[in-house]
Write a protein that binds this ligand. Structure first.
Ligand SMILES: Cc1cc2nc3c(=O)[nH]c(=O)nc-3n(C[C@H](O)[C@H](O)[C@H](O)COP(=O)(O)OP(=O)(O)OC[C@H]3O[C@@H](n4cnc5c(N)ncnc54)[C@H](O)[C@@H]3O)c2cc1C
Length: 483
């Protein structure tokens, strides 16, 4: 039996594709409609337009990735994108006819269904999975079983214990919920990365966490104001009425996400407030029904200025794998946001993550059971980490606040060292969600401290420039005492 952990777009597309190729699969998931997939709005990037090509898509991906993209991965995913879209359509999913433009893309190539692509697609995949008779069980995997560097199974909080898995596919999403301000749902606490690390897998690029510039929090409800709003004309102004984005980047509101996030963060530090003005968008209600519905729920309309803050949005780091999803542990795959393939480099191009999740999921039958290669680690340093023996318990809210304060949009060596010493007192070797969250936060802070430069989504106030001579390398971690 092949076990897939997680029911986002990566997990569901893998389950469907494998089942259609007659592999026996079971999906275990914390929450069936949990994870980022269900919340994702903008869409999926693929160069299907006549004036576009995978090469142009690759160029844009590499430009945003700021010197750390794995060119082989970029080439693979931008080419496979076309077939992934075709496969979804063959399975019966309908995209809207127009393609949308998002920041960093030189062409209109974002395939979408209104402004709730993820919800429509997840529901479609769930229906198809049910039709195919795929067993989906709600439970939380809390540890992997690995012997002699081969995955054998796992245990769950619900009491399931598996010892004879043919393969285990982690599709558990990322860890961007671990910051106070976030676009992510509660599920994304980094479980999968922590499970794999504790089992001896190599993890990498953890310091790269992308902040989305425009999250709004109204009456306590967080809501992502998607990039396509700005692509379709929305502008940002501060409380002095200034359209400040051009002060920070020539592309203004369509600047790369990290630049715009820091610009907004900086405006707040200058004592300003920041708003999105939706009035310039034509046919707003038709193009963005879910944003319109959110505003309506809170007694607002498109004519109101909507307050925005940057929030943690996407974790680039994860379980290091090759393009087939193979980790450093035989039989253990990672796909989607839990995986680190090098596609995104130091910064993710918008709408490339659903693409990565889909291509890895859909192509799973081509790779499973092939000769095991595992990832190439020659593009970085693998550091063996001995976990500290702290015993303090720590709640998720405290972890999120600490990360926002010390491991946020603008980082600093002294603050990172302080954060690391706080986490050294915490019990990092447990099986609870909070222990996983603290472990991932500890490793992320360590990597952020080691990367003494600013690159892509990682910005150090004490090292504000990119340093290719020393840091055009990845930082990988492996737990000590593993074969
Ligand atoms: C608001 C928002 C908007 C976005 N918009 C876009 C967009 O327009 N385009 C784009 O490309 N990307 C977008 N992204 C990013 C994208 O949605 C994610 O990268 C992608 O959906 C990840 O898919 P996934 O299947 O890997 O993980 P997820 O969809 O996050 O699913 C993870 C699954 O794993 C389960 N799980 C976690 N831990 C365990 C465990 N221990 N045991 C069992 N199950 C577990 C969860 O319950 C969940 O089912 C957006 C993200 C957000 C938050």
């Amino acid at each position: 039996m092949i076990y897939i952990i997680g029911s986002g777009i990566a997990g569901l597309s893998a389950a469907i594709s494998l089942k259609m190729s007659n592999y026996p699969v079971t999906v275990i998931t914390k929450r069936v409609q949990g994870g980022s997939s269900y919340e994702s709005r903008g869409g999926i990037a693929a160069a299907t337009a006549p004036n576009d090509s995978p090469e142009l898509h690759a160029q844009d991906t590499i430009a945003v990735g700021d010197g750390l993209c794995d060119v082989k991965s970029v080439d693979y995913f931008t080419r496979e994108a076309l077939e992934a879209i075709e496969t979804l359509e063959k399975w019966g999913f309908e995209f809207d006819k127009d393609l949308r433009l998002e920041a960093g893309h030189s062409r209109r190539r974002v395939h979408h269904r209104m402004d709730s692509t993820g919800m429509f697609l997840t529901n479609f995949l769930l229906k198809l999975a049910t039709k195919l008779g795929i067993n989906i069980v709600e439970d939380r995997v809390m540890a992997l079983k690995v012997r002699g560097n081969v995955v054998k199974g796992f245990i769950t909080t619900g009491g399931v214990s598996i010892d004879d898995a043919d393969s285990v596919i982690l599709a558990t999403g990322g860890y961007a919920y671990l910051w106070s301000y976030t676009s992510n749902p509660r599920d994304n606490t980094g479980d999968g990365v922590a499970l794999a690390f504790r089992a001896g897998a190599v993890v990498g690029d953890l310091e790269f966490v992308q902040f989305h510039p425009t999250v709004t929090v109204i009456d306590g409800e967080s809501f992502l104001l998607t990039e396509t709003l700005r692509g379709e004309g929305a502008v940002l102004i501060n409380d002095k009425g200034e359209r400040f984005a051009f002060k920070y980047h020539e592309k203004g509101e369509l600047a790369p996400r990290d630049v715009l996030s820091r610009a907004i963060y900086n405006e707040y530090r200058l004592g300003r407030r920041v708003y999105m003005d939706l009035k310039p968008i034509d046919n707003f209600e038709i193009k963005f029904p879910s944003v319109n519905e959110f505003l309506r729920r809170h007694g607002l309309t498109r004519n109101d200025l909507i307050p925005v803050v940057p929030g943690a949005h996407y974790s680039i780091g994860g379980v290091r794998v090759n393009i087939r999803g193979e980790s450093t542990i035989r039989g253990l795959y990672a796909i989607g946001e839990v995986a680190n393939t090098g596609l995104h480099g130091a910064n993710r191009l918008a709408s490339n993550s659903l693409l990565e999740a889909l291509v890895m999921g859909i192509n799973m039958p081509l790779h499973i059971g092939e000769d095991w290669e595992g990832p190439d680690l020659n593009d970085g340093e693998v550091l063996n980490v001995k976990l500290p023996s702290g015993s303090r318990e720590m709640g998720l809210e405290e972890i999120r606040r600490l990360n926002w304060d010390y491991l946020g949009i603008i980082r600093d060596g002294d603050e990172l060292s302080r954060l690391i010493s706080i986490y050294e007192d915490v019990y990092l070797t447990g099986i609870d969600e909070w222990s996983n969250a603290a472990l991932i936060s500890y490793l992320t802070a360590k990597a952020a401290l080691m990367r003494k430069e600013s690159r892509g989504s990682h910005y150090r106030a004490d090292y504000p420039s990119r340093d290719d001579a020393r840091f055009r390398r990845r930082i990988y971690f492996r737990m000590m005492d593993h074969d």
